[in-house]
Design a protein around this ligand. Structure first.
Ligand code: PHE
Length: 344
């Protein structure tokens, strides 16, 4: 019976190698491995053998059965592949059809403006310094020369959290304090950084104000930094960002953490100073608040204000983006409307 088994095995493999269709393959399976198949029946008849031969025969028969099952699966896969290839050749699938277009993402318009800012400031030697969105009241206000109950705190409508003293930053200026402590090495090293990031204000949302928006803060601290350095730096930024011929003007203003404080206007980027709807016929667009870092703030950052000085500025990239593209409503920025976003 062992010999019979081996010859069935050889014959089955031989036949299998000639099979090219699924039907023939099923027939083969039935014939050898099915309930009444030759191998199955031989296995069943193990009991008829003399006791001492049964184990050896049973083992061999099982090995052969498994080999055949494996060979069957291999053949089945080969036939399937072959059928697929023929289908393709015969055109059941037109492989020359153009694919379905993939939706590509894009950079948010605010991100685009931010990146332009980074590039220009990097050229001018300002490194990006990231500071936290969730701030403490002390860094956001007190250390910036606004002790509790200081009336200037009213300039920033604040989101408070349920944890006393923990707020969402209302501007990027608290990053000045953090940068001075992290980079200043106890008030011994100069600093030149920009601090970009999201700010939060408890405002009535309207076409002109949102509860969140980006700011790009700038901070330079050194031994001989003067107001003329601030003016030159901002003017150079405006030229690089908006064109060689652009003039800037500085108007006196007030911030508790700078002294003196100013606001900066650049000649209208749309009408070039002629006067238009965007600049409200003034010819100028406001681009930043700025000033010389207040001695108290320098001190709070670990510097000796009798030896060190610095300037700081804050810009609003969303506003710049709105002016540039004529976007009338700031709510589009975080409204997640693809019809808006896809235009950039
Ligand atoms: N933090 C100010 C604001 O939110 C802007 C500013 C930054 C002004 C740095 C002066 C210096 O409006």
């Amino acid at each position: 019976m062992l010999e019979q088994l081996d010859s069935i095995y050889a014959q089955a493999l031989d036949e299998l190698s000639d099979i090219t269709t699924g039907d023939a393959l099923s027939g083969w399976e039935r014939r050898y491995l099915g309930k009444k198949g030759e191998v199955t029946q031989l296995l069943r008849s193990t009991g008829k053998l003399p006791k001492e031969e049964r184990a050896a025969f049973g083992q061999r028969a099982n090995v052969i059965k498994n080999e055949l099952i494996g060979a069957f699966a291999g053949r089945e896969e080969a036939i399937r592949q072959h059928e697929l290839a023929t289908q393709l050749e015969e055109g059941a699938l037109d492989v020359t059809l153009p694919g379905r277009p993939v939706q590509t993402g894009g950079l948010h318009p605010a991100t685009q403006t931010l990146r332009e800012f980074y590039a220009v400031w990097a050229e001018m030697g300002f490194q990006v310094f990231r500071s936290r969105d969730v701030e403490d009241d002390e860094t956001n206000f007190t250390l910036l020369n606004m002790p509790p109950h200081h009336p200037a705190r009213d300039m920033w409508d604040t989101f408070y959290t349920t944890t006393p003293g923990v707020i969402l930053r209302t501007h990027t200026s608290p990053g000045q304090i953090r940068a001075m402590h992290e980079l200043g090495e106890d008030g011994t090293q100069p600093i030149r950084v920009i601090l970009p990031g999201m700010c939060y204000r408890y405002e009535q949302i309207s076409a002109r104000s949102e509860v969140q928006f980006n700011q790009v803060e700038g901070l330079a601290v050194g031994r001989n930094i003067r107001l003329t350095d601030l003016k030159g730096t901002i003017a150079e930024f405006a030229r690089r960002m908006y064109g060689e011929d652009k003039r800037v003007r500085f108007r006196g203003s007030y911030f508790p953490f700078t002294e003196p404080s100013m606001e900066v206007d650049v000649e209208c980027i749309l009408c070039g100073g002629e006067g238009c709807g965007v600049c409200k016929y003034t010819g100028w667009l406001e681009i930043a608040g700025c000033g010389m870092v207040h001695p108290i703030v320098l001190h709070n950052g670990g510097y000796d204000p009798t030896e060190w000085s610095g300037f700081a500025f804050g810009m609003g990239p969303e506003r710049m983006t709105m002016l540039k593209h004529g976007i009338q409503d700031i709510r589009y920025f975080w409204g997640n409307d693809l019809r808006f976003l896809e235009q950039f």
